[in-house]
Design a protein around this ligand. Structure first.
Ligand SMILES: [Zn+2]
Length: 275
């Protein structure tokens, strides 16, 4: 009923046009009217709201557990709106068990560790909230390391030392320590820290449209806060710092500081319709 009402309330054209794979965790490349107020909702309510850019472009992120039917609505300055129903395919997530982690990194923390965790968390929170007006996403995304086996997929349910944890919200590449990490797309560095508690050496790159890449467990960082990065530029090196069982690159992608999306969908995202 709610969906039907929203769909009937169309006023401006036929609603936003998006290309991409309509699947949980996916990114879609969309167009609507310039500076439209866009909202994404399901039957339980609003999932996200934001503005399209001056050319009517936006990249839409679907969450790991996005509902099978969602409504994407775009409104102009006079609140004339047009909606589109998105039918979203569920993703079959795998279950992943990791044993042998040092217990201190899983459940019990000392005072010093807790202080470190809090400081790390505050740094990340601030960096995620620092979203700039950049267009690095427009060239599309490339893998941050080449020819690597993917050792962990987005959305996998992790069981650490026998305890179910939050799902894995990134993509892991099995590569040796010291492998150069290349920026998957252009952007601006919003965090470069060699000592976050869980993440270890970490770099954030803001690619625009609220898309922020996170690289964790780095052994070396070659960039600094505020630095502009070209696509393919080296950010640092792969390591095993923070909560890592061995050297690998963890790459995650957050959308509009709301939720993580599947980096594999960024690699598949065709942005030509937005150029
Ligand atoms: Zn990972």
């Amino acid at each position: 009923m709610l969906l039907a009402l929203v769909l009937l309330a169309s006023g401006v054209g036929s609603g936003p046009q998006c290309t991409g794979v309509y699947e949980q965790g996916a990114l879609l490349a969309c167009r609507t009217i310039p500076l439209a107020s866009v909202s994404l909702s399901d039957e339980t309510g609003l999932a996200a709201s934001f503005k399209a850019d001056a050319q009517g472009r936006f990249v839409l992120g679907l969450s790991r557990d996005a509902a099978p039917k969602m409504v994407l609505k775009a409104c102009n300055a006079k609140w004339k709106c047009a909606s589109r129903l998105l039918v979203i395919t569920p993703h079959d997530y795998e279950i992943e068990r990791i044993d042998g982690l040092p217990p201190g990194k899983v459940s019990t923390f000392s005072k010093t560790q807790l202080a470190h965790i809090r400081k790390s968390s505050a740094r990340k929170k601030k960096a995620f909230a620092t979203l700039g007006d950049v267009n690095g996403y427009l060239e599309g995304f490339a893998k941050p390391v080449q020819k690597a086996r993917i050792s962990g997929h987005f959305g996998a349910q992790r069981i650490l030392n026998g305890k179910p944890k939050r799902p894995h919200m990134g993509m892991d590449f099995a590569v040796p320590k010291g492998t150069p990490i290349k920026a998957p797309a252009a952007g601006v560095v919003t965090l470069a820290d060699d000592d976050l508690y869980f993440e270890g050496g970490t770099v954030f790159v803001d690619h625009g449209q609220g898309l922020v890449s996170v690289f964790m467990h780095m052994s070396k960082i070659d960039v600094e806060d505020g630095q502009q990065i070209n696509k393919g530029e080296v950010l640092g090196q792969v390591g095993a710092t923070g909560r890592a069982t061995g050297p690998h690159l963890h790459w995650s992608l957050k959308w509009k500081n709301r939720y993580y999306v599947n980096p594999e969908s960024a690699l598949a995202l065709d942005t030509t319709s937005l150029r």
